[in-house]
Design a protein around this ligand. Sequence first.
Ligand code: GAL
Length: 397
Amino acid sequence: MKRISGFLSGLLAVGFMHVATVKAERAPPPRESNGLALTPPMGWNTWNKFGCAINETVIRQAADTMVSSGMKDAGYEYIVIDDCWQSGRDAKGQIVADPQRFPSGMKALGDYIHSRGLKFGIYSDAGKLTCGKRPGSLGHEYQDARTYASWGVDYLKYDWCSTYSQDAKSTYETMSDALRASGRPIVFSICEWGLSKPWLWGKGVGNMWRTTDDIYDHWEGRHGFEHSVMDILDLQVGLAGYAGPGHWNDPDMLEVGNGKMTFEEYKSHFSLWAVLAAPLMAGNDLATMTPETKAILTNKEVIAIDQDPLGVQASRVAKHGDYEVWVRPLKGGGRAVVLLNRSKASHPITVTWDDLHLPSSLSLKVRDLWTHKDLPEAKGSFSAEVPSHGVVMVRLD
Ligand code: GAL
């Protein structure tokens, strides 16, 4: 009997150890953060406006205008060259920049960007080919990371075209490790379009991850794989808990100023991205932007919300048909509130202190972040008339 029970308990112990091992395998310790992007990265990226029509003049001009327009002063930092800068690989497998479009080479371009007090971002892809059919980094991850570091790259956007059956998490971990091994601090932007829910595994792997397929310059609806601003907004519901300092949900780059939306709609797009703690990557032609576009992109009070150090992403706390309330808790106890009107006519919208989980007896200061005016203190609720497709964005303290 003793022998049997000893045998049984031995079996149980082995079984337990097995379960424990399997468990341990399933839940590796969380990866350490690289310590970068403690607030959402801000910058400019070539793709939304220029697509593949890029060259070193376009990049230099963007760097110059970033400074002269006041965008740098407002907090924009990265100049990111998206797809189509590559032409091939040399005999040693080293990635080569298109010599026609980038005759001075990437190191010189990086130096130019740095000389303007800005940072240098570049793009690659986790598969064999980028979406623009240039060479991707598959099998060359460590070599490419070393090359980028030697060019002074500070930011890598890493796309997901031609990856077939590759596992997303381990693929992005490989490049994450390669960037760290390069010895240069490089912000890592995961661009996997939200397919494998990167918010579940991206923390510690990258500094941000796309939550959807590409944005297009449109207020509502969908166009093939492309999402409008309202469509993307709906896809952010439920993701707030995954963002924080060093690891952000990325609802894609800005379309502000690209011409297919109204001033009100662009204001809404920018305000919503700011409460969502989204990376603010301008995607327009900086050299020809109108004063209205510049006023939106450089609204420092709205940018301060995006960059709030607490790093909490807004949640939608109320939705009554086309009328919505988004709330972002701020450092120091304040709240940023966006009242959003999706309808075709102007309409009053109210946020109640109940929505904010605050006692209704409380009086709060109200600051309008677009008119830059203090409004009368509010008790129990705050209401405003909100234009069609527009927002009213306030800070409550
Ligand atoms: C897409 C990506 C875009 C842009 C483009 C370049 O996959 O989502 O933001 O980088 O590729 O080809």
